[in-house]
Design a protein around this ligand. Structure first.
Ligand code: ADP
Length: 392
């Protein structure tokens, strides 16, 4: 019955009386809507705070050191792990830029490698005896705009110790193997040369096979020793002014027979223009060239061709060495691993070629130690060209 009464009452009210009531109702509605919005805002604020606390907790408890630099390269946060590495108090460093942070002695080495622009890279940094960090920098972007950079510090001390022990083990084992292998080599040589009496054709065939296997083992041992020396920073360079054409010629001469035996056409285009002397360690550069040319012959089938060339750019003051072959090539998807230790491409393994996967790693280290660059172009089943440059 009530709605009916209401209806009657409403009909008796004049329009003047109706207006304030309507306004009142409208105000009440607006108030309610506002309260709802406020409630939503409050909820969103709480959620945002919870998210922020969660993010902060993750950063605070993260097992790796984290430093976040804002848009002006100022340090805007640092977690306890990072502070521990450098024995720092947050109040002394927050808000400071790289230049100011470099003045803090414990932070100086880190700031030096970060540079002014906080470029993206990964590097190792020895902080003190017993603490080696791997430093990575990541640009942080929001809506495709850089808002800062995150520096991650990973303690790799243990990994470094294990790596050193492994290198030492390989080095000792290789040294121990070298002496008996040399003894075998010279004894076989004496027998093959007839110094210990006549040998029959059949015996010679077997002994030559054994001699070849022993030579490959010696090469592997020498490669391993060179790699351990590179890893331990003991691969010393005896730099002198040298004639690069002479160096290349000697390597070519030492490989001519192998190419001939394999029936691979082999040539060295001696440059017509004069090439200035270069400051190099001739033994090491010879080894790098030998590895590249030997590979070119090794990975090219009979009937193929290997071309070695040298050129000089006066403008760039550099020498360009190249060795081009018509061999098996390197599969595209494996090309980025070519200069890593022990890498052997799937097609090389399939072709049952022998190799250690160390030659290019050694060549790259030698070229880069001379301030040069090394690279290659390769198409599977078509051929490969390796290049390197040297300052002249
Ligand atoms: P190794 O030749 O002893 O295996 P390297 O470090 O010299 O070791 O070369 C690594 C790998 O790169 C080789 O096993 C082969 O798969 C590939 N490679 C190097 N040079 C060539 C080349 N000229 N043509 C085709 N593949 C090559």
């Amino acid at each position: 019955m009530a709605p009916k009464l209401n209806k009657i009452k409403n009909q008796t009210e004049s329009p003047e009386e109706e207006t304030p009531k309507k306004e009142f109702e409208e105000l009440r509605g607006t108030r309610e809507a506002l309260l709802n919005i406020l409630e939503d805002v409050e909820e969103a604020r709480k959620e945002a705070e919870e998210e922020r606390d969660k993010t902060l907790a993750i950063i605070e408890n993260f097992p790796e050191g984290l430093l976040f630099f804002g848009g002006e390269n100022e340090l805007s946060s640092i977690n306890p792990k990072a502070r521990d590495f450098f024995n720092l108090e947050p109040e002394n460093i927050l808000g400071k830029d790289i230049g100011a942070l470099r003045k803090i002695s414990s932070l100086q080495p880190l700031m030096e490698i970060l540079g002014e622009e906080l470029e993206v890279y990964q590097k190792e940094l020895k902080i003190r005896e017993g603490l080696v960090l791997e430093v990575s920098t990541i640009a942080i972007t929001s809506a495709e705009e850089k808002v800062g950079a995150l520096v991650i510090l990973r303690d790799v001390t243990r990994e470094k110790i294990i790596e050193r022990l492994k290198t030492e083990f390989v080095s000792i084992a290789a040294h121990q193997l070298r002496t008996p292998l040399s003894a075998i080599k010279w004894t076989l040589r004496m027998i093959l040369d007839g110094d210990l009496g006549e040998i029959q054709q059949e015996q010679r065939k077997f002994l030559e096979g054994t001699y070849g296997s022993n030579e490959r083992m010696i090469k592997l041992i020498n490669d391993l020793l060179n790699v351990t020396r590179i890893e331990e920073g003991r691969f010393l360079y005896d730099i002198k002014s040298q004639d690069i054409i002479d160096i290349v010629k000697k390597v070519i001469d030492s490989l001519k027979q192998i190419a001939k035996r394999k029936r691979v056409k082999f040539s060295f285009k001696i440059p017509k223009k004069e090439i200035p002397q270069v400051e190099v360690d001739s033994e090491k550069i010879s080894l790098a060239i030998q590895n590249l040319v030997d590979n070119a012959i090794h990975y090219t089938k009979s009937g193929g061709e290997v071309k070695v060339s040298l050129s000089y750019s006066k403008k760039e003051k550099q020498i360009l060495f190249s060795v081009k072959d018509t061999g098996i090539g390197i599969p595209k998807e494996q090309q980025r691993r070519v200069f890593t230790r022990f890498f052997r491409a799937a097609n090389a393994i399939r072709a049952e070629t022998e190799g250690t996967g160390l030659g290019l790693f050694i060549a790259k280290n030698i070229v880069e130690a001379h301030g040069g660059k090394i690279w290659f172009e390769s198409v599977e089943n078509k051929g490969t060209t390796f290049y390197f440059t040297l300052r002249a």
